[in-house]
Write a protein that binds this ligand. Structure first.
Ligand code: FES
Ligand code: FES
Length: 217
C-alpha cells in the first residue's frame, strides 16, 4: 500500500506515494494551505512550527498527545496519526480558544510570529494536564522562542491555567472585588469584549475529537 493517511484538524487526507523528504511543516503550509504554522529556523530550534500530533495508544486505549516541531518531522512518519494546527484550535472569525485569548489579553503577542507555536505547545500541555503547575507551563514553552515580548506577558497569561492560579478569571475573580454582583458584571464585560464569553468553563478542553478511524484495536 502506497497511500499515507493522516488527519489534519479532523479532516482525513490521503497522500499517494508520500515523499519522505517533505516535512510536516511544508506539507501543512504548501499542500494544506495552513499558513498559521510558521517556519522560522527550519531546524528545530525556535518552536515557531509547533503543532500537536496525536496517536491512539492501544495499551491505555486512549489518544496520546504531544507537541512537535513540524519542521523536523517527515510527512511519512505521520501515517495513522492526527495533527492539530493553530487553525484547528480557534480563530477570530468564529471563536478564539481560551489559550489564544489569554495570550492576546496579556499582551503576549506583538509581531505574532511565535504565537501559533506558543499556543500549540500550551494546547498540547493542557490536553495532557488540564491544570498544570507553573513549572510545567514553563517547561512546555522551553523550545518556543519569542524575539518581541520578553516572555513575561506570555508566561503570565498562561499561568492563569495553572493549578496555582486561584481563579482562571485572574484579576476579574470575585475575590479581588468588593461586591460580588459587580465583580460578576465586570468579568462578563471583560469576557464579552474579548469574544471569550465563558472561556474558562470546565469544559474548555472538551472540543477535541480524536478521529474514530484511528482508534485501532
Ligand atoms: Fe524553528 Fe521548526 S521552524 S523549530
Ligand atoms: Fe514577535 Fe514573539 S511576538 S516573536
Amino acid at each position: 500500500m502506497d497511500d499515507l493517511v493522516v488527519f489534519v484538524n479532523g479532516k482525513k487526507i490521503t497522500v499517494s506515494k508520500a515523499d519522505p523528504e517533505v516535512t510536516l511543516a511544508h506539507f501543512l503550509r504548501d499542500k494544506c494551505g495552513l499558513k498559521g504554522t510558521k517556519i522560522g529556523c527550519n531546524e528545530g530550534g525556535c518552536g515557531a512550527c509547533t503543532v500537536m500530533v496525536s496517536h491512539y495508544d492501544r495499551k491505555s486505549a486512549k489518544p496520546i498527545h504531544y507537541a512537535v516541531n513540524s519542521c523536523l518531522l517527515s510527512l511519512a512518519w505521520l501515517h495513522g496519526k492526527a495533527v492539530t494546527t493553530v487553525e484547528g484550535v480557534g480563530n477570530t472569525a468564529t471563536k478564539l480558544h481560551p489559550i489564544q485569548s489569554k495570550l492576546a489579553n496579556s499582551h503576549g503577542t506583538q509581531c505574532g510570529f511565535c504565537s501559533p507555536g506558543m499556543v500549540m505547545s500550551m494546547y498540547a500541555l493542557l490536553r495532557n494536564e488540564p491544570r498544570p503547575t507553573q513549572q510545567q507551563i514553563e517547561n512546555c514553552l522551553i523550545g518556543n522562542y519569542c524575539r518581541c515580548t520578553g516572555y513575561r506577558p506570555i508566561i503570565d497569561g498562561f499561568y492563569e491555567f495553572s493549578s496555582a492560579s486561584p481563579c482562571a478569571l485572574g484579576q476579574n475573580c470575585c475575590k479581588n472585588q468588593g461586591n460580588t454582583a459587580d465583580a460578576t458584571n465586570a468579568a462578563d464585560t471583560t469576557n464579552a469584549a474579548s469574544n471569550t464569553v465563558g472561556e474558562l468553563s470546565p469544559d474548555y478542553l472538551q472540543d477535541y475529537i480524536f478521529p474514530p478511524e484511528l482508534k485501532v484495536k
